[in-house]
Ligand binder design. Sequence first.
Ligand SMILES: C[S@@+](CC[C@H](N)C(=O)[O-])C[C@H]1O[C@@H](n2cnc3c(N)ncnc32)[C@H](O)[C@@H]1O
Length: 182
Amino acid sequence: MEGGTSLFIQKFIQSPLQVGSLFPSSPALAEKMTTNINWQNINEAAELGAGTGVITRSIIKNMLPGTRLHVFEKDKDMRNRLQVNFPEGLYHEDASEIIKSLGSREGTLDAVFSGLPFSNFNKELRTKIVDEVYRSLRPGGILVAFQYSTLMKRTFQATFKEVDISFVPKNFPPAFVYLCEK
Ligand SMILES: C[S@@+](CC[C@H](N)C(=O)[O-])C[C@H]1O[C@@H](n2cnc3c(N)ncnc32)[C@H](O)[C@@H]1O
Protein backbone atom coordinates (compact mmCIF):
# COMPACT_ATOMS: atom_id res chain seq x y z
CA MET A 1 0.00 0.00 0.00
CA GLU A 2 1.26 3.50 -0.90
CA GLY A 3 2.65 5.38 2.18
CA GLY A 4 0.08 8.18 1.99
CA THR A 5 -2.82 5.72 2.02
CA SER A 6 -1.60 3.82 5.10
CA LEU A 7 -1.04 7.12 6.98
CA PHE A 8 -4.53 8.25 5.96
CA ILE A 9 -6.16 5.00 7.20
CA GLN A 10 -4.22 5.25 10.48
CA LYS A 11 -5.43 8.85 10.96
CA PHE A 12 -9.04 7.87 10.16
CA ILE A 13 -8.89 5.17 12.86
CA GLN A 14 -7.54 7.75 15.36
CA SER A 15 -9.94 10.61 14.48
CA PRO A 16 -12.79 9.40 12.23
CA LEU A 17 -14.89 12.57 12.49
CA GLN A 18 -11.99 14.89 11.67
CA VAL A 19 -10.66 12.81 8.78
CA GLY A 20 -14.10 11.89 7.43
CA SER A 21 -13.24 9.01 5.07
CA LEU A 22 -11.28 5.79 5.24
CA PHE A 23 -9.36 6.41 2.02
CA PRO A 24 -7.82 9.44 0.30
CA SER A 25 -9.73 10.80 -2.71
CA SER A 26 -9.48 8.99 -6.05
CA PRO A 27 -7.69 10.44 -9.10
CA ALA A 28 -11.17 10.87 -10.68
CA LEU A 29 -12.32 13.11 -7.80
CA ALA A 30 -9.05 15.08 -7.82
CA GLU A 31 -9.52 15.60 -11.57
CA LYS A 32 -13.13 16.76 -11.15
CA MET A 33 -12.13 19.20 -8.37
CA THR A 34 -9.64 20.91 -10.66
CA THR A 35 -11.31 20.96 -14.08
CA ASN A 36 -13.71 23.67 -15.34
CA ILE A 37 -11.55 26.28 -13.65
CA ASN A 38 -10.00 29.21 -15.43
CA TRP A 39 -6.50 28.90 -13.99
CA GLN A 40 -5.47 32.17 -15.69
CA ASN A 41 -7.66 33.94 -13.09
CA ILE A 42 -6.15 32.17 -10.06
CA ASN A 43 -3.29 34.10 -8.47
CA GLU A 44 -3.88 33.14 -4.84
CA ALA A 45 -5.78 30.08 -3.60
CA ALA A 46 -6.28 27.91 -0.55
CA GLU A 47 -6.90 24.21 -0.02
CA LEU A 48 -8.71 23.19 3.18
CA GLY A 49 -8.21 19.70 4.59
CA ALA A 50 -5.45 18.56 2.24
CA GLY A 51 -4.88 15.17 3.91
CA THR A 52 -2.11 13.30 2.10
CA GLY A 53 -2.23 15.61 -0.92
CA VAL A 54 -4.18 13.89 -3.72
CA ILE A 55 -5.99 17.13 -4.58
CA THR A 56 -2.98 19.32 -3.68
CA ARG A 57 -1.01 17.51 -6.40
CA SER A 58 -3.73 18.22 -8.98
CA ILE A 59 -3.99 21.90 -7.95
CA ILE A 60 -0.23 22.37 -8.22
CA LYS A 61 -0.17 20.61 -11.61
CA ASN A 62 -2.78 23.03 -12.96
CA MET A 63 -1.91 26.35 -11.31
CA LEU A 64 0.25 28.84 -13.16
CA PRO A 65 3.80 29.54 -11.97
CA GLY A 66 3.76 32.29 -9.33
CA THR A 67 0.35 31.33 -7.92
CA ARG A 68 0.31 31.34 -4.10
CA LEU A 69 -1.31 28.25 -2.55
CA HIS A 70 -2.22 28.21 1.15
CA VAL A 71 -2.61 24.64 2.39
CA PHE A 72 -4.61 23.99 5.58
CA GLU A 73 -4.32 20.62 7.31
CA LYS A 74 -5.13 20.07 10.97
CA ASP A 75 -3.26 16.80 11.44
CA LYS A 76 0.42 17.45 12.17
CA ASP A 77 1.78 14.24 10.57
CA MET A 78 -0.18 14.76 7.36
CA ARG A 79 0.83 18.45 7.32
CA ASN A 80 4.51 17.50 7.69
CA ARG A 81 4.19 15.02 4.82
CA LEU A 82 2.54 17.68 2.63
CA GLN A 83 5.32 20.15 3.39
CA VAL A 84 7.95 17.65 2.25
CA ASN A 85 6.07 16.60 -0.91
CA PHE A 86 4.81 20.07 -1.93
CA PRO A 87 7.34 22.63 -0.65
CA GLU A 88 5.78 25.33 -2.86
CA GLY A 89 2.73 25.54 -0.52
CA LEU A 90 2.26 27.95 2.39
CA TYR A 91 1.18 25.86 5.36
CA HIS A 92 -1.44 26.50 8.07
CA GLU A 93 -3.14 24.31 10.63
CA ASP A 94 -6.76 25.29 11.05
CA ALA A 95 -9.33 25.99 8.33
CA SER A 96 -11.51 27.80 10.87
CA GLU A 97 -8.82 30.53 11.02
CA ILE A 98 -8.42 31.37 7.32
CA ILE A 99 -8.55 35.16 7.65
CA LYS A 100 -6.09 35.20 10.56
CA SER A 101 -3.76 32.87 8.61
CA LEU A 102 -3.84 35.29 5.66
CA GLY A 103 -2.64 38.12 7.94
CA SER A 104 -6.20 39.52 8.38
CA ARG A 105 -6.66 40.02 4.61
CA GLU A 106 -10.25 39.64 3.37
CA GLY A 107 -11.60 39.36 -0.20
CA THR A 108 -8.26 38.37 -1.71
CA LEU A 109 -8.45 34.67 -2.62
CA ASP A 110 -9.45 33.70 -6.14
CA ALA A 111 -10.33 30.10 -5.24
CA VAL A 112 -10.76 27.83 -2.23
CA PHE A 113 -10.64 24.03 -2.66
CA SER A 114 -12.13 22.05 0.22
CA GLY A 115 -12.00 18.40 1.26
CA LEU A 116 -13.32 19.17 4.74
CA PRO A 117 -15.95 16.73 6.11
CA PHE A 118 -18.46 19.53 6.88
CA SER A 119 -21.25 17.09 7.78
CA ASN A 120 -19.17 15.73 10.68
CA PHE A 121 -18.67 19.18 12.22
CA ASN A 122 -21.05 20.80 14.71
CA LYS A 123 -23.18 23.64 13.38
CA GLU A 124 -21.05 26.34 14.99
CA LEU A 125 -17.83 25.11 13.36
CA ARG A 126 -19.55 24.57 10.00
CA THR A 127 -20.97 28.10 10.02
CA LYS A 128 -17.64 29.61 11.10
CA ILE A 129 -15.66 27.88 8.31
CA VAL A 130 -18.21 28.73 5.56
CA ASP A 131 -18.16 32.36 6.76
CA GLU A 132 -14.33 32.42 6.73
CA VAL A 133 -14.28 30.97 3.21
CA TYR A 134 -16.80 33.54 1.97
CA ARG A 135 -14.95 36.48 3.54
CA SER A 136 -11.57 35.30 2.23
CA LEU A 137 -12.79 35.16 -1.42
CA ARG A 138 -12.89 38.13 -3.79
CA PRO A 139 -16.18 38.89 -5.58
CA GLY A 140 -16.41 36.29 -8.37
CA GLY A 141 -14.05 33.99 -6.47
CA ILE A 142 -14.96 30.29 -6.26
CA LEU A 143 -15.28 27.56 -3.66
CA VAL A 144 -14.83 24.03 -4.99
CA ALA A 145 -15.81 21.55 -2.26
CA PHE A 146 -16.41 17.81 -2.25
CA GLN A 147 -18.78 16.09 0.14
CA TYR A 148 -20.24 12.60 0.39
CA SER A 149 -23.83 13.89 0.53
CA THR A 150 -25.93 16.87 -0.53
CA LEU A 151 -26.42 18.02 3.09
CA MET A 152 -24.40 21.20 2.48
CA LYS A 153 -26.48 22.23 -0.54
CA ARG A 154 -28.78 24.62 1.32
CA THR A 155 -25.97 26.24 3.28
CA PHE A 156 -23.92 26.85 0.15
CA GLN A 157 -26.98 28.10 -1.77
CA ALA A 158 -27.83 30.50 1.06
CA THR A 159 -24.27 31.87 1.04
CA PHE A 160 -23.11 31.96 -2.58
CA LYS A 161 -24.50 33.61 -5.72
CA GLU A 162 -24.30 30.43 -7.88
CA VAL A 163 -24.00 26.77 -6.83
CA ASP A 164 -23.47 23.93 -9.28
CA ILE A 165 -23.32 20.29 -8.10
CA SER A 166 -21.87 17.29 -9.92
CA PHE A 167 -21.60 13.64 -8.94
CA VAL A 168 -18.39 11.59 -9.03
CA PRO A 169 -19.17 7.85 -8.79
CA LYS A 170 -15.53 6.78 -9.16
CA ASN A 171 -14.57 7.46 -5.55
CA PHE A 172 -15.02 5.60 -2.28
CA PRO A 173 -17.44 6.76 -1.05
CA PRO A 174 -18.97 8.33 -4.20
CA ALA A 175 -18.80 12.12 -3.91
CA PHE A 176 -20.57 15.33 -4.86
CA VAL A 177 -18.51 18.29 -6.06
CA TYR A 178 -19.94 21.74 -5.32
CA LEU A 179 -18.77 24.64 -7.44
CA CYS A 180 -19.87 27.86 -5.71
CA GLU A 181 -19.32 31.42 -6.92
CA LYS A 182 -19.23 34.47 -4.63
C1 LIG B 1 -11.98 13.75 3.81
S1 LIG B 1 -10.30 14.14 4.25
C2 LIG B 1 -9.77 14.77 2.68
C3 LIG B 1 -8.28 14.66 2.48
C4 LIG B 1 -7.78 14.99 1.07
N1 LIG B 1 -8.17 16.31 0.65
C5 LIG B 1 -8.27 13.99 0.06
O1 LIG B 1 -9.11 14.39 -0.76
O2 LIG B 1 -7.84 12.85 0.08
C6 LIG B 1 -10.49 15.60 5.27
C7 LIG B 1 -9.22 16.23 5.79
O3 LIG B 1 -9.57 17.45 6.47
C8 LIG B 1 -8.71 17.62 7.60
N2 LIG B 1 -9.36 18.57 8.53
C9 LIG B 1 -10.45 18.35 9.31
N3 LIG B 1 -10.75 19.47 10.02
C10 LIG B 1 -9.84 20.42 9.66
C11 LIG B 1 -9.64 21.79 10.02
N4 LIG B 1 -10.42 22.41 10.91
N5 LIG B 1 -8.61 22.46 9.45
C12 LIG B 1 -7.79 21.85 8.55
N6 LIG B 1 -7.94 20.56 8.17
C13 LIG B 1 -8.95 19.84 8.71
C14 LIG B 1 -8.56 16.20 8.13
O4 LIG B 1 -7.45 16.06 8.98
C15 LIG B 1 -8.44 15.40 6.81
O5 LIG B 1 -7.09 15.32 6.40
